[in-house]
Write a protein that binds this ligand. Sequence first.
Ligand code: ZN
Ligand code: FE
Length: 259
Amino acid sequence: MIQIDALPAFTDNYIWLLQDNASKRCAVVDPGDAAPVLAWLGNHPGWELSDILITHHHADHTGGVAELKDLTGAKVYGPANEKIPARDVALSDHDEVTVLGLTFAVHAVPGHTLGHIAFYHADPQTPLLFSGDTLFAAGCGRLFEGTPEQMHHSLSRLAELPDSTEVYCAHEYTLSNLRFAVAVEPENPDVTGRFEQVTRWREENRISLPSTLGLERKTNPFLRASQPSVKQKADERTGIDNASPVAVFAALRAWKDKF
Ligand code: ZN
Ligand code: FE
């Protein structure tokens, strides 16, 4: 049994901490800052950080890697096509890595950055997805390096994973993403209901993650570019007929950038 907890970092990042209670080994995903991880290790004597998984090169995901590697000797896994500090294992699409006894399939998901990868564990009961800054709860990452086509394709690939997949993304952006989702689909009760729920959670300072892929398919506008009402909203915004789901996606992403 692997327990997963969030270590908050900076203003809205989460460093995901995977714990194997039997062996007292743990792993982290995207440690942008070493301090929260070192604090946890300091409070948990006897635990060893064995592995570090990295989704992409941005500093808020990699800033703590070198220090953690230095202090713990943890093995660092990261995307092959990006510059990752202290990387031991370079990962490409369809590679597999085993961490704490869990096997993860690597999915190349370019868009936010060109080399961005996601980690998927196909557990029969509770599949796990570490999606970095690609798929967020109710949103998606900005297109810093890739094209709308690339990001749409990447998200479509993730959207094929099972409904029960738990989605662990790297930022607490859910509430602001849902504000946008409500603007796109004001008549969608799943969206408005989730907006109300996450509003309450955030008022109580509760984390909004993990999400599930089933919920994302129902409420994340960036996974819903093929819905007629979403296309209609995109057309209203742009004043043109966005004939393909990619064009709808691009219109949504541009709208959200200024929302
Ligand atoms: Zn990023
Ligand atoms: Fe980030």
